[in-house]
Design a protein around this ligand. Structure first.
Ligand SMILES: Cc1cc2nc3c(=O)[nH]c(=O)nc-3n(C[C@H](O)[C@H](O)[C@H](O)COP(=O)(O)OP(=O)(O)OC[C@H]3O[C@@H](n4cnc5c(N)ncnc54)[C@H](O)[C@@H]3O)c2cc1C
Length: 438
């Protein structure tokens, strides 16, 4: 009997299996089959649908390094959003054509002579493959006579990549079990150093102050350097701009250099609405130009365009925007975030500031461990940068592009005041948080 041959067979169409398939494709291996026992992709996020389902680590760290998603609607995104992200990634990378659903793999045997795996599936023809990758999430519980259990796949043959083995079979159910899973979020983030490249402003306005230039030079290691200098340089960039000689030195919560973390967090939080609203303005893409489309096209500033989007979202909600470009999925999430923000700006901005502050303070702690403890290979370095680098990039970008060449400390002070005043008697809106008071 002629068996269907694949270069690689992947078992499981969850995040692990999809990540493996993307990497194989990138390495030039297209002849692959992804076998999935469920009727759709997404693994954990397809199977689990109970109310309140969400990731337990900040969602911006829970994404493929090659498909970062800056548009999570929440710090801890709900399960349905993870499922959509999985679908979006599968479509982007053309994975569906390799997927076979409702296909239960029952075992696999390595043929030493042929140098091939034979993979048996329930109610179907076996497949042969040069490589076998199990991304099954949990090991198979059953053992079929004459077949090998996944948990005991033979050691000989090409190396297996157990991408999905996050759980031990004896892991207890319940909260503790979920926490244990989350100890290794990097499973889904891949090994690429996500702190690199395109994270910091590519073309900063070099006409700005010498301080700004020095800070960008310090931060350059975030784009190009090894992890420890990237952490140290990234932090130093923010500190050089956002610490004042008169800042309190005592042990209080906001004393010492950590205050730079808080100031950076506030600046980033206040830049965030304008950044998202401006993007949304340019992503609105109806099949026939509508009023909003024409009005945005007539705008001469991003501020005007952002204001138009605010009015449209306030009047009609997310439906006001036709987000049909390839980024539609993440744009939808951004629009939902903006609707939530507009409904309750002060508390939303405070929540976001808190999250950014945690990321920035974490960067500071790791920097201290490196510079004061001499530990340059800690496991937390990469994770800290993955979260902090894009935020730091956004903050530095905002500081060096501040329209009226404002001192960074003044910008931070303005941001702090804006968080108190937004949506209050002064009429300060989410679009104008960092604008000078007129
Ligand atoms: C509530 C909850 C919150 C979580 N939060 C986080 C978090 O914050 N951070 C984090 O890193 N992780 C989190 N996780 C863990 C999450 O499971 C993993 O991050 C990730 O989704 C696992 O992906 P995977 O591809 O390895 O496994 P899975 O998603 O389990 O996918 C495995 C796939 O293999 C298929 N399969 C298994 N056996 C076979 C077979 N014999 N034949 C064919 N197909 C088979 C399954 O049907 C499944 O689709 C969370 C999990 C839950 C339940």
């Amino acid at each position: 009997m002629q068996r269907k041959y694949y270069e690689a067979v992947i078992v499981g169409a969850g995040f692990g299996g999809m990540g493996a398939a993307i990497q194989l494709n990138r390495l030039g291996t297209d002849n692959i089959a992804i076998l999935e026992r469920e009727d759709d992709l997404g693994g954990t996020w397809h199977v689990n649908r109970y109310p309140g389902l969400a990731v337990d680590i900040a969602s911006f760290t829970y994404s493929y390094s090659l498909a970062p998603n800056p548009y999570w609607s929440r710090m801890f995104a709900p399960g349905a959003e993870l499922k959509r992200y999985a679908e979006h990634t599968a479509d982007t990378y053309g994975l569906r054509r390799s997927m076979r659903f409702n296909t239960v793999v029952e075992g696999a045997r390595w043929d030493e002579r042929e140098q091939l795996w034979t993979v048996s599936v329930r109610d179907g023809e076996p497949l042969t493959a040069r490589y076998l990758l199990t991304a099954t999430g949990v090991p198979l519980a059953t053992q079929v006579p004459g077949h090998t259990r996944h948990g005991d796949l033979p050691r000989q043959g090409p190396p297996q990549h157990r991408l999905g083995r996050l759980l031990r079979p004896d892991r207890p159910e319940g909260r503790d079990h979920r926490h244990r899973r989350h100890r290794r979020p990097a499973h889904t983030a891949g090994r690429e150093e996500r702190h690199r490249a395109d994270r910091l402003p590519a073309h900063p306005d070099l006409g700005h102050s010498q301080n700004g230039l020095d800070a960008l030079e310090l931060a350059a290691a975030v784009n190009r350097g090894a992890l420890a200098p990237a952490v140290a340089g990234g932090w130093a960039a923010g500190e050089s701009l956002l610490v004042h000689a008169d800042d309190p030195k005592s042990d209080g919560e906001r004393s010492g250099k950590a205050i730079a973390a808080d100031r950076m967090a506030i600046i980033i939080a206040c830049s965030w609405p304008r950044a998202e609203l401006t993007t949304l303005a340019h992503r609105h893409n109806p099949s026939e130009p509508d009023d909003l489309f024409r009005a945005v096209a007539a705008c001469t500033t991003n501020r005007e365009a952002a204001r138009l989007v605010v009015s449209a979202l306030e009047a009609t909600g997310v439906e006001a925007l036709a987000l049909t470009k390839p980024t539609g999925y993440s744009d939808q999430a951004a629009a939902q975030r903006m609707v939530a923000l507009l409904a309750n700006p002060r508390s939303q901005l405070n929540d976001v500031t808190k999250a950014f502050r945690i990321a920035m303070r974490r960067l500071y702690r790791i920097r201290n461990i490196i510079l004061h403890g001499g530990a340059t290979h800690g496991v937390a370095l990469e994770a800290a940068l993955r979260t902090a680098a894009p935020l730091l990039g956004a903050g530095l970008d905002r500081i060096v592009h501040a329209t009226e060449n404002i001192d960074p400390l003044d910008l931070a002070a303005r941001a702090e005041v804006a968080l108190q005043l937004v949506h209050g008697e002064t009429g300060l809106t989410t679009v104008d948080l960092l604008e000078p008071v007129r």
